[in-house]
Design a protein. Structure first.
Ligand code: FMN
Length: 166
């Protein structure tokens, strides 16, 4: 399976749990993402508790799929550790690796945006009792897919330029 082309946002899941060994692999892949100046400013909160899932759903309108999912990972970045203003880029690279690792292990996943939405970010930072320097970046919801739709085909030749814009 070509995981890069097969990855898609999955918002419907079966009741199957995510195996701990798969979670560890997914987190290992997250930590293998590139980071500016190798600061590795990211950390990950793995969340299986359904009561916490309900609290997340209450503050993140676009993450309601979490109510049916066995696992979510909150990706956070340390503003005291990061090089320059690269916190979003570092955390985004880690988030994408989580999606691809989950796909490779046969799980469906979806990136729920947090950073860039002040209301969601503040609410999640409060919910997880994050210190001032730790910024909530994204929430990835993961489970065995119950969605048979094919991945979108993003190929679009008009998005490619050679050497110059025109
Ligand atoms: C920064 C970012 C924020 C996103 N936030 C949400 C979200 O809050 N809820 C959701 O269901 N999907 C969210 N998505 C997933 C997108 O809707 C999805 O990637 C897009 O529609 C393309 O579909 P695909 O992932 O299946 O290719 C987000 C994706 C990105 C990159």
């Amino acid at each position: 399976m070509d995981i890069l082309l097969e990855r898609k946002s999955v918002r419907k899941y079966t009741d199957e749990k995510v195996k701990d060994e798969d979670l560890n692999y997914i987190l290992k892949c997250a930590m293998s993402a590139p980071t500016a100046r190798n600061t590795r400013c990211y950390s990950f909160i793995a969340i299986k508790d359904k009561e916490t899932h309900k609290k997340i759903a209450a503050v993140h309108r676009a993450a309601q799929m979490i109510l049916q999912a066995p696992l979510a990972i909150l990706v956070v970045g340390d503003a005291d550790k990061v090089f320059g203003d690269y916190l979003p880029q570092d955390c985004a690279a880690a988030t994408q690796n989580i999606l691809l690792a989950a796909t490779s292990k046969g799980y469906g996943s979806v990136w729920c945006g947090v950073y860039g939405n002040e209301e969601r970010q503040t609410a999640l930072e409060k919910l997880f009792n994050l210190p001032q320097n730790i910024k909530a970046f994204s929430l990835v919801v993961i489970g065995k897919s119950a969605d048979n739709a094919p991945a979108k085909n993003g190929w679009d030749e008009t998005k490619i330029k050679y050497e110059k814009w025109q």
